[in-house]
Design a protein around this ligand. Structure first.
Ligand code: BGC
Length: 781
């Protein structure tokens, strides 16, 4: 276990002292966001430390610029351009000067420093006591909040109090749109392809306390407005002037500061873009937002934030009594997921949330497979955005399929607004499994919410078009007993590429085809009008339904009789094995070896067959899982942060309890304790959600099979209590697990059928049912 740099507290992350070596990392950890926009935890007053200890950024989810992808040896169907989320105008700036000496925590004398992220109240607070070079002491308190309820609003309350002097204090509040890219890393996890200045200022204005700046990206032609408004509370005398330069608007306050008197500046900030608002309304909307916020006042905005979070935690909180480090870790993960996830259906959740631009702010299968379940079982209304988002990208997916000569739809491996943005097709476009990952998330969404309206109006079209793709790319191969084979694909494990019959892909494609057939048949009976509308729209014939059914029934499902395991693909077992233990100095392999020197070995970046076993758990016995676990674990590097959570869950299933715990520890505090040494570049959203699954599905033992929720709890020895809620089929269930007992309490909904160790239990609202937890040996063998 890594040592934490933050004290263990249940609801707070606290930085007790400023340490320049931790600054970069803390900028990520203390980032704030609401799914629409996010700010790294950089300081209002600026930072004069070396460039490699900081990265200042503000992002709007899904606000992107396009760039040319340059290939010197291109090929047909290679994406010609990419999209990258851009760093937008910095609106947090509040600089302070005492007799023209700038407040800078790296200069003068920093006597006290503390920063706290409060996950119940939803804001960060910095408290400082600082002294100028000439001995003038000032107390500064800064609170920053990005409103969950008001998606376009942020608030900074900046308060100072001279301790031992009276005199001139100057505050400068600014929006700075002059953003220059300096990232030159080749590591895709670090930065984007943007270079230099990617936005131009179209208009700006500042008058009295109110100001705004409108910018446009040069190529995607997306526009946004950032506005501010201010409020002052003080007994001090002060004057102010406005200023406006090319990319900046600001206000300079000159304050006749009195010893012991406070000066409080509240800065209301708003961002609006042309993606959700007509171009001629953006300025008005952004101004209305900050004017309205000032009218409502900061107290109400902070209260709304804590009310919103109260409601969130009432649904999503996971209590781990007995391990405060994990308690803090899991709450931090959930909090960051909430901060990162879009609350609309035209954007989604980026691999690094809104805390960094590694992976360019793209959405991956991480969303559908790893992150969606967390929201599905705690905040299903947010999960709906995931599936609607995929529906909204369907046209782009149809276009991509056509481009490649296929029927139906082919979803992009990575994208913001729909096009495939991966320039490396072996690990990009070839990961066709993204299609079925999306379908699995739709299937699970419908099973858990009973939202047939979504399925019949929108989801079905995605399910049908993705099914068509499999028919296009698969074929019946005589030497494989005429089974339906899918060749030349890449599965989830990116250390193996362009292989035939990847087991994950074939099993998932089978599910996709079966589900398409099932949904079509259901719709013909139950929603004939919707079926007619969709089938006419996409020219779907009855013959195609039969084709899906036959392909699903005849799907080639790889199996090795010699090893009694599922081979990852046709060629995998015939390659030389690498042992992870010998590769320590080369991790992550992708940064130390050419892909050709990886693909030719049996070595995995992340679970592939094992992920399949977790996702389609109902198809496999414990013995099968164990055999496959034993085979694949020694050859998996976990070079992807998506990996350990799945290993933790399956290790629990097969009785490797210590491993289950160790893998879980790698996920639960991966970002807080910076396990991979790269949290400075942003959080790992899929890993954070994976940690939730490792608790609920692993230790909490909850599995969602097609017939309902099944439980096989097994909490680690040191935990006194694990408790969580799940929402399922319009009911809400509270589960408490101790070392000896498990209890279920149905909070919402009249009745619910669940299974504990396969024994059926009918729960009624308000009546708690308590049962014995079986001892592990009995439970498993
Ligand atoms: C993983 C992918 C994942 C991507 C974004 C890669 O390292 O191998 O599975 O989708 O990161 O998180």
């Amino acid at each position: 276990m890594k040592k934490s740099i933050y004290p263990y507290e249940e609801w707070k992350i606290r930085e007790n002292a400023f340490d320049i070596n931790m600054n970069y990392r803390n900028e990520t950890i203390f980032s704030l966001g609401n799914g629409y926009f996010g700010m790294r935890g950089t300081f209002e007053e600026g930072y004069t430390g070396p460039d490699d200890t900081t990265f200042n950024a503000t992002y709007i989810n899904g606000f992107y610029e396009v760039y040319d992808i340059k290939y010197t040896e291109g090929g047909y169907g290679f994406p010609s351009y990419g999209e990258a989320m851009v760093n937008v105008a910095d609106s947090k700036i509040i600089k302070l000067f005492i007799d023209n000496e700038p407040f800078d925590i790296l200069k003068g004398n920093l006597i006290l420093y503390e920063r706290v992220l409060d996950m119940k109240e939803g804001f960060t607070e910095r408290k400082l006591l600082w002294e100028t070079e000439t001995g003038k002491r000032i107390e500064i308190i800064v609170r920053r909040l990005i409103s969950f309820k008001r998606q376009h609003l942020g608030v900074i309350v900046f308060l100072f109090k001279p301790i031992n002097f009276s005199g001139n204090v100057k505050l400068i509040s600014e929006i700075d749109g002059n953003i220059n890219y300096r990232n030159e890393s080749e590591d895709v996890r670090v930065g984007s392809n943007m270079q230099g200045k990617v936005m131009e200022t179209l208009e700006s204005q500042v008058d009295s306390y109110l100001g705004w700046i409108m910018q446009s990206t040069k190529r995607s032609k997306l526009k946004y407005v950032c506005s501010f408004n201010h409020e002052i509370k003080t007994k001090n005398q002060f004057k102010f002037v406005n200023y406006r330069y090319e990319d900046k608007v600001g206000i300079e306050f000159n304050i006749d500061a009195r010893k012991g008197e406070t000066f409080e500046l509240t800065k209301y900030i708003s961002y609006y873009t042309s993606r959700e608002c007509a171009e001629d309304c953006i300025i008005d909307e952004a101004l209305k937002e900050v004017e309205n916020a000032k009218r409502i006042g900061v107290d109400i905005i902070f209260k709304e934030q804590s009310d919103y979070l109260n409601e969130f935690w009432a649904d999503a909180d996971v209590v781990i009594d007995g391990d405060i480090s994990l308690q803090q870790g899991i709450r931090y993960n959930e909090f960051q997921l909430l901060q990162s996830v879009s609350k609309n259906d035209i954007t989604n959740i980026c691999a690094k949330g809104l805390t960094g631009e590694g992976y360019e702010g793209h959405y991956f299968w991480d969303s559908d497979i790893y992150i969606m379940p967390f929201f599905l079982y705690t905040k299903p209304e947010i999960a709906k955005n995931f599936v609607m988002f995929r529906y909204n990208l369907l046209d782009a997916a149809r276009k991509r399929a056509k481009e490649l000569g296929y029927k139906g739809a082919l979803y992009p491996w990575r994208t913001i607004d729909g096009p495939e943005c991966s320039s490396y097709f072996p690990a990009g476009t070839a990961q066709y499994h993204i299609n079925s990952d999306i379908v699995l998330s739709i299937k699970k969404y419908v099973e858990a919410t009973l939202d047939y309206d979504f399925l019949f109006k929108y989801g079905a079209e995605v399910v049908f078009e993705t099914a068509r793709l499999w028919i296009s790319i698969g074929s019946y191969i005589p030497l494989k007993n005429n089974k339906f084979c899918i060749n030349c694909v890449t599965g989830p494990d990116e250390y193996t590429a362009l292989v035939d019959n990847n087991a994950y892909t074939n099993y998932m494609a089978q599910m996709n085809l079966e589900y398409a057939y099932f949904v079509a048949k259901e719709m013909i009976k139950k929603a004939p009008d919707d079926y007619k509308r969709i089938s006419e729209k996409i020219s779907l014939s009855d013959d195609e339904l039969e084709e899906w059914n036959i392909a699903a029934q005849n799907m080639y499902l790889p199996y090795s009789a010699e090893l009694n395991i599922i081979p990852q693909d046709d060629s995998f077992l015939y390659k030389e094995k690498l042992n992870v233990k010998d590769l320590e100095s080369e991790k992550p392999l992708l940064l130390h070896r050419h892909y050709l020197n990886i693909y030719r070995y049996q070595i995995c970046k992340q679970p592939d067959v094992l992920l399949l076993m977790y996702l389609r758990r109902e198809l496999f016995s414990i013995d099968e899982i164990k055999r496959n676990y034993d085979y694949y674990e020694p050859i998996t590097t976990h070079d992807s942060s998506l990996s350990p959570a799945i290993f933790s869950i399956l290790a629990n299933e097969v009785g490797y309890y210590e491993k289950a715990y160790d893998y879980f520890m790698m996920t639960a505090r991966m970002d807080l304790d910076d396990y991979n040494g790269n949290v400075k570049d942003g959080i790992h959203t899929a890993c954070m959600a994976g940690a939730w699954s490792a608790i609920i599905n692993g230790f909490g033992g909850m599995m969602t099979y097609p017939d309902g929720l099944h439980f096989m709890p097994n909490i680690p020895v040191g935990w006194r209590l694990l408790s969580y809620n799940v929402k399922y089929k319009n009911c809400k269930l509270h589960v408490d697990i101790t070392q000896d007992k498990i209890s279920f309490l149905l909070i919402d909904g009249a009745e619910m059928r669940i299974y504990l160790y396969d024994e059926e239990i009918l729960l009624s609202n308000g009546l708690k049912v308590e049962k014995e937890v079986k001892k592990l040996e009995e439970q498993r063998y």
